[in-house]
Design a protein. Structure first.
Length: 367
């Protein structure tokens, strides 16, 4: 570990620890509330703690393998599973501790890499610091504390962008493949790689062309490798994508989905899809800002991730998917880089994170 990277870790530590204190306080408050409820009224997620929702799936897959869980388990990609199993082999405390440690250490590393990436791309150290705080306290960032794969994905995705910025093509290829093995949206890193690799590709030496091509195809190859393996395991073509489609619903027109969703804001599903609609419109605005203010590859990656999330009939977890599309957070920091907004926006975001944490623990919000 270089001295520079150690300094970056120290620089992001206050944001990292603040987010964990906020999430812990929110979970404790929710727990104290439900303790007054009758046994049958207590949400299942309260007892699961940091392994609530998807965390329980990851724990089961680490312990029993994909063949030892229900068919739905195949929609969880193996990157986090494999690292969790490795951590379980060397850390005391069992699978739960291993998964939580991997997630939280990954979050710290991801923030340090993000600090460096924004600083190198924009030359603005102050903006880089604000991006870190907004990422740590993004409304859905409690999943960077829980046993979810987002933190590891951010390490690999941000690392890919950093490698591309430095023209380390083979490193970018490996990181993109690993990202796509962690979350399927890693395949969209190909867009960022293409935006970086294409300029000068024709005039580059043959060996460098191969390296640039590898950076572009790394993500698709990672995704394809798991889809092939999982399809063979279940004897079902494109098994992970099919199962994910069954869970998320049919693909729909995202524009029509947003417009019809306006009617859900004040209906009986206000805490369901209605809760996601204001976020969805905000994310679309931020994607537009990204195309205007950020490098093309950054904006294209964010827009592709967001488009897939909005094209699902089921908008559950939209805010978590937006966190993985991290250039959206950078765009938010860019437009909030003035006056009182520099402090107001992170404060509102942190309040949103606390609120969504409580709702998720209470079983009212699907992270």
């Amino acid at each position: 570990m270089t001295a520079t990277f150690r300094r970056d870790l120290v620089a992001v530590f206050p944001a990292w620890i603040t987010a964990r204190l906020l999430v812990a306080g929110a979970m404790l408050g929710a727990r104290l509330y439900v303790d007054h409820l009758h046994e049958g009224e207590r949400p299942l997620q309260v007892g699961q703690g940091l392994l609530a929702w998807d965390g329980a799936w990851y724990r089961s897959i680490v312990e029993w393998g994909y063949s030892g869980v229900e068919r739905q388990g195949i929609r969880f990609f193996p990157g986090y599973v494999l690292l969790g199993r490795l951590a379980d082999a060397v850390l005391p405390g069992g699978t739960a501790v291993a998964l939580i440690v991997v997630a939280n250490v990954s979050a710290l590393v991801a923030m340090a890499l993000l600090l460096r990436l924004v600083r190198e791309v924009t030359g603005d150290g102050g903006l880089a610091g604000r991006v870190v705080w907004l990422t740590a306290c993004f409304p859905s960032a409690f999943v960077l504390v829980w046993a979810y794969s987002e933190a590891l994905f951010l390490v690999l995705a941000v690392g890919t962008f950093l490698a591309l910025a430095r023209r380390h093509w083979w490193c970018a290829a490996g990181l993109a493949a690993a990202a796509a093995l962690t979350r399927p949206t890693g395949v969209f890193l190909a867009l960022a790689a293409l935006a970086s690799a294409w300029p000068g590709w024709l005039s580059a030496p043959p060996t460098e062309r191969v390296a640039r091509t590898a950076a572009v195809v790394g993500g698709p190859l990672g995704l394809g490798a798991f889809v092939w393996w999982a399809s063979d395991l279940l004897d079902e073509a494109f098994a992970p994508l099919v199962v994910q489609g069954e869970f998320r619903g049919d693909l729909v027109d995202p524009v029509h989905r947003l417009l019809t969703g306006l009617g859900e804001l004040f209906g009986p599903d206000a805490l369901g899809d209605g809760l996601h609609i204001p976020f969805a419109f905000g994310f679309v605005v931020l994607a537009v800002v990204a195309f205007r203010r950020l490098p093309l590859g950054h904006a294209a990656f964010a827009a592709a991730c967001l488009m897939v999330a909005l094209a699902a009939d089921n908008l559950n977890s939209l805010e978590r998917y937006a966190l993985s599309a991290f250039p959206i957070v950078v765009a938010l920091a860019v437009i909030a880089d003035r006056g009182r907004l520099r402090h107001l926006v992170p404060a509102i975001s942190a309040l949103g994170m606390v609120s969504l944490t409580v709702l998720a623990v209470m079983g009212e919000y699907v992270p």
